[in-house]
Design a binder for this molecule. Structure first.
Ligand SMILES: NC(=O)c1ccc[n+]([C@@H]2O[C@H](COP(=O)([O-])OP(=O)(O)OC[C@H]3O[C@@H](n4cnc5c(N)ncnc54)[C@H](OP(=O)(O)O)[C@@H]3O)[C@@H](O)[C@H]2O)c1
Length: 296
């Protein structure tokens, strides 16, 4: 397994090369970025990061008020040109209408960030089926549909970048997060396949695989699994730092980025360990967490 391509080099001498590469790419073209799930969390931080580098944006999520507030903040801070397109991406018609609106306005998307996502924590048998359908619709179907709708234009222009937000959970099965982990395994595999298919076309695809990151999502995991509240702070990343690492990996054409050394160790361990061992370990951890939940 190509370990060095999967994990991010962090505090190494390659930093200078990266900065130089980024500068070169910035000179060549900035491009308009569409970010899904931009209303909060990692998506909002990615929007701030792109704005900071001078990109024009299209912000998509359901919460129009939050998107409007972010667009105003970015305009005031960076003079960013942001288009706000509220949409529920679990609804195929609303998703297509985002793309049609951009086409009607003659706006091309050079960088697509498939970040919108939701999680479900707890025994699969107890999960409301409609919640699972929604999770699959947003985490898998919407990311796939948006990629297939924007990719032909990028390929024709011989320029494009796609950032898919996967997760550390995508590297192994995670009992009590079965559908979420499977959805992120899909995103990771999808990204790696596309990255190879598109080699030499001018379009690159990157999977950002964060571990636990301080956002509304991690708060919902804490609520469902109080044991997570005991996780040491070094295991919980800051959304801004995750966004920065995702941006750098995207703009330097890395295929997979796992932010943070504890997560890089976990991802490497999962890839090098026989599958039956990883699922036994994650199963044991999930049973301990549910035992603690019953006691809480
Ligand atoms: N936080 C973590 O620990 C962690 C770890 C690994 C990976 N991730 C991944 O990072 C990504 C961002 O998550 P986050 O942690 O920033 O969570 P978050 O704060 O809950 O943000 C999720 C975003 O997705 C949007 N969204 C959810 N359902 C949507 C729908 N039906 N249509 C359109 N937008 C929708 C939300 O906006 P609205 O509610 O306004 O629609 C929000 O902007 C997700 O893909 C997640 O799986 C997170």
């Amino acid at each position: 397994m190509a370990k060095s391509r999967r994990t991010a080099p962090d505090m190494t001498g390659r930093r200078k090369t990266k900065t130089k590469k980024l500068a070169l790419m910035g000179e060549r073209r900035l491009g308009r970025v569409l970010i899904t799930g931009a209303s909060t969390g990692i998506g909002a931080e990615l929007a701030r990061e792109f704005a900071n580098h001078g990109h024009a944006l299209v912000l998509v999520a359901r919460s129009k008020d939050r998107l409007d507030a972010l667009a105003a903040e970015l305009h005031a801070g960076h003079d960013t040109d942001s288009i706000v397109l509220p949409a529920d991406l679990s609804n195929a018609e609303e998703l297509v209408s985002v793309v049609e609106t951009l086409e009607q306005r003659g706006i091309e998307i050079d960088i697509l960030v498939n970040n919108a996502g939701l999680i479900d924590v707890g025994p699969f048998a107890d999960a409301p089926p409609e919640r699972l359908q929604q999770l699959i619709a947003v985490n898998i179907a919407a990311a796939t549909a948006l990629t297939s709708l924007f990719l032909p234009g990028m390929r024709a222009r011989r320029f494009g970048r796609i950032l898919n937000v996967a997760s550390l959970a995508g590297f192994q099965p995670v009992p009590t997060m079965a559908v979420y982990a499977a959805s992120k395994a899909y995103v990771l595999s999808f990204t790696e396949s596309l990255a190879e298919e598109l080699r030499g076309t001018g379009v690159s695809v990157t999977a950002l695989c964060p571990g636990m990151t301080e956002t509304g999502m991690v708060q919902s995991i804490r609520n469902a699994t109080p044991a997570v509240a005991w996780a040491p702070s070094f295991l919980i990343a800051d959304a801004r730092s995750v966004a920065r690492q995702g941006y750098t990996a995207l703009m330097t054409g890395q295929t997979v980025i796992v932010p943070g050394w504890p997560n890089q160790i976990a991802a490497t361990w999962s890839q090098m360990t026989p599958r039956w061992i990883t699922r036994t370990v994650t199963g044991f951890a999930a049973r301990q967490a549910s035992w603690l939940r019953r006691d809480a």
